[in-house]
Design a protein around this ligand. Structure first.
Ligand SMILES: [Mg+2]
Length: 184
């Protein structure tokens, strides 16, 4: 069987940007991405000043690859995630969701601007979406527009980033869908 998709956000899950700025979390490394270098990241380019500091954990790629999913970037970084993020966290080049016109466009109904493009990209395939910005509106949008029980919205605290219990929850969901690390 084909593996479920794992839609992966950068800022929040991989980069705990909301952690105390003076204290880099243990196990993380720092990269600085020049302003205007093809990167969305956190803020629209027009609002960014100076290089963007990003904390990344070099072990996260290995943890993500063993979960039984097909990984896909779901981030404002879009293609730039392959250039800046993937090599540091230990991931290969991944496909990414091109948000196009939807990027940063707030919706009147309060559904996150990523949600509809992700559901569309999945085309009915089961997915887990790892992000720091989903709400109940996104959960109900997915419940309405995507096959039942085949979408997991997994929230990650942007002060903390991905941890062991997150990987366990994601692995459990993959197993519940009939996928497992052994299928990878
Ligand atoms: Mg985020």
């Amino acid at each position: 069987m084909s593996r479920p998709l794992l839609f992966l956000d950068v800022d929040g899950p991989l980069n705990p940007y909301a952690a105390k700025p003076e204290r880099r979390p243990a196990g993380y490394t720092t990269i600085r991405v020049p302003h205007g270098d093809g990167v969305g990241g956190l803020l629209p380019l027009s609002l960014r000043r100076g290089p963007l500091r990003v904390w990344l954990n070099p072990h996260h790629g290995r943890e993500l690859l063993r979960l039984g999913y097909e990984l896909c970037w779901a981030t404002t970084w879009m293609a730039a995630a392959n250039r800046w993020i993937a090599p540091v966290v230990g991931l290969p080049e991944l496909p990414f969701v091109d948000f196009g016109e939807a990027l940063f466009q707030e919706r009147a109904d309060g559904v996150h601007w990523k949600t509809a493009p992700l559901v569309e990209y999945a085309e009915g395939r089961p997915f887990a979406w790892v992000d720091d910005e989903q709400s109940e509106r996104d959960a109900s949008y997915v419940a309405t527009h995507h096959p039942a029980s085949r979408g997991l919205l997994h929230h990650v605290n942007p002060r903390i980033g991905l941890r062991e219990d997150d990987f366990r929850a994601l692995a459990d969901f993959a197993v519940s869908l009939g996928s497992s690390p052994a299928d990878a």
